[in-house]
Design a protein around this ligand. Sequence first.
Ligand code: ZN
Ligand code: CU
Length: 483
Amino acid sequence: MHADFIIRGAEIIDGNGTPRRKGDVAVSDDRIVATGDLGHWTAGREIEAKDRVVAPGFIDPHVHHDAALFTAPDMEFMTNQGVTTVINGNCGFSIAPIRRPENLLGQLRMISARPDLIFPTYAAYRDRIAAEPPAVNAACLIGQSTLRSNAMDDLSRAATDDELADMCALLDEALGQGAIGVSTGPFYPPARASTTAELIALGRVAHAHGKLYVTHMRDEGDRVIEALEETFSVGREACCGVHVSHHKCAGLANHGLSETTLAMIDAEMRQRDVGLDTTPWIASSTILNSGRHRQAERVIIAESEPHPELAGRDLADVARDWNTDLEGAIERLLPATGIFFIMAEEDVQRIMAYEHTMICSDGMPSGSHPHPRVWGTFPRVLGRYVRDVGLFSLEEGVRRMTSMPADRFGLGGRGRIAVGGFADLVIFDPRTIAEGATFENPIRPAHGIDRVFVNGREVFAFGKPTGNRPGRPLHQTAPVRVV
Ligand code: ZN
Ligand code: CU
């Protein structure tokens, strides 16, 4: 019995949520070939992991690293936290399919600053990932706003029947080429004028492929209840599974509301296929002119095209320096992104602790002062919220980052330590794991992550990327749960 490498003497947390057990994990090529007591096995490389946990590599179901796969192929902001698979194309924005690059949306320019990194079809994007692989695996949703920009000249109104048919045909083609679902973003201006009927039409196309409807809902603040109801109605009318992205209750007036929203989700889940993910932070991050500043206790400038030197400064301080108000300062900083302190810790913890919640970073890596979630989300959950706060067990925390998103999005062979499964693995120290990134210093690797493997190859070791880039474009290989 011989393997390419064996991780010896680790606490194996297999991703299913079951209690850890001591043992070895053997890997050959891109697969896990044996687990348990492998004393009788030999290997080309022995990795001592006493007092360490070995777990399935984490799956981040919500990022905006669509183009970063090529511009930052080591994906260090992901691998440093143990993430081995990402899902792109969220919040209604994907960099494929784009037939009319001259109409490129402002938000898409923040995701891809390079005209050669937008793609006319999903197949072209997928093939580019296969030809120029990054360090992590990547699956992708197709964005509603992207579809609108292909089919419509005026995004400030509802789509006509013809335009909607055009969008649905484009979505159908992309899902046929391996995109794993549709993402909608009626919160954002390019899709704000879309009707519920438009969302339902897109949901029907997803359902026809057995894929998910994923949404940055129309509202996450004062009208979050109505937005949830709209999302559920899409699931009912289109018969598709719906997934609420980065669930939150934003704005002082809505603090505590997660008790109601989670009860709604729980009740709906009894009838239909509903899911959700969230980030472990009280601050959110999005475009600076989102209106969020009116609900925030504090705003940090993350990135500004005309004023890159102001990244990291408080918006209120900059406004004071300029003798203007927040609105006036935002006007001068655009295009820009911000970090908004708009949630209550109590809601963040309640949403995270809810038994069906997965973990996501919602990361966008651009700029010199990103939200710390880009680099630190997963270690923060396992350090602060598992070890320090005790929200749930380490096994449960790992499950919410591995088998749960794998099953939800149909990523077969991922998210578990199982013989025959892909060797996406992370070795970490449960006593020291923690995010390194802070709001003051957001670009810093995590503590306690020893080694990370993707498809059987080491991509990150002791604070540094190895330079290996074994990532693959992933399509849905297992059906999503059908109710
Ligand atoms: Zn979003
Ligand atoms: Cu997002």
